[in-house]
Write a protein that binds this ligand. Structure first.
Ligand code: ADP
Ligand code: MG
Length: 254
């Protein structure tokens, strides 16, 4: 927002999806998203929270342009360069950690790659291969790869899922620091409300499938200074907003 080079372009991420259906060969279509709207201002971190199977990964794939079969519009931040880390790290198995990053970002200098590895605590793993890495390390490599392209929009799908509590906390703090320092517009998908509060400036609370946004909440305190009590208040507010939205379904829905 304070970057004037963006002036005149769509600085925010604007998503307005009327519907997204999956078509199987035989059965009837499965509606994954319906009437899903969200706006994420430039430089902010948005956390999309919703139950398992509601359509979160589907939403990220549409935003990333990996799936164009939907009804609606998606306006990306200006320049539209994307960095994405999938739920599964999806590293090239026959390439070293630094090669995985180099291949994704061929125009980035060796010094920059080294700095990025250092920043993510991966320097000593630069020559390792993906099979030699734990899931936590592999996720960090996937994050480094997504950041290496200097994205205008960073998309993270369940970055902490399946990690044990201590590793999840370390990676969560690392992600919070990176997005605070770089001020990249970031959309994080999670099924965990606490994780969303710890990472997001804005929370988008999704319904069950077909997913739409039931409520949007701002997290007022900067992430790194969010005290436990303040986080608990936001969590209570989010649960209240969800309960209220579920009790009053919008009239437009059939
Ligand atoms: N390629 C696909 N073909 C058919 N159905 C799919 C496909 N991908 C996802 N789905 C279905 O769409 C729904 C939403 O999936 P997904 O976006 O992965 O949910 P989430 O990420 O919130 O767990 C689920 O019911 C899932 O089974
Ligand atoms: Mg998913």
């Amino acid at each position: 927002m304070n970057d004037t080079s963006r002036a005149g372009g769509a600085a925010s991420l604007d998503v307005s999806i009327a519907s997204k259906d999956y078509h199987s060969a035989s059965g009837r279509p499965l509606r994954a998203l319906e009437d899903l709207r969200l706006t994420l201002p430039a430089g902010k971190a948005g956390a999309v929270v919703g139950p398992s199977g509601c359509g979160k990964t589907t939403l990220l794939r549409l935003i990333a342009g990996l799936d164009k079969d939907f009804v609606g519009t998606i306006a990306l931040p200006e320049h539209g360069r994307l960095g994405m880390a999938f739920q599964e790290p999806r590293l090239l198995p026959w390439r070293s950690v630094s090669d995985n990053i180099r291949i994704a970002a061929p125009h980035v200098s060796e010094a920059e790659i080294a700095a990025l590895l250092d920043e993510l605590g991966l320097a000593e793993h630069a020559t390792h291969f993906p099979r030699e890495l734990s899931l936590g390390l592999a996720r960090r490599v996937a994050l480094a790869r997504a950041l290496a392209v200097k994205p205008d929009l960073l998309l993270l799908d369940e970055p902490l899922v399946s990690l044990d509590a201590a590793l999840a906390r370390d990676l969560r703090e690392m992600i919070a620091r990176l997005i605070d320092e770089r001020r990249i517009t970031t959309l994080i998908v999670t099924h965990d409300l606490r994780e969303a509060i710890a990472l997001g400036d804005k929370l988008f609370l999704l319904s069950a499938r077909p997913a739409h946004v039931l409520a949007t909440l701002d997290v007022p305190t900067p992430r790194r200074h969010l005290e436990k009590e303040a986080a608990e208040i936001i969590e209570a507010r989010a649960r209240e907003a969800l309960a209220k939205a579920r009790a009053e379904p919008p009239q437009s829905k059939q």
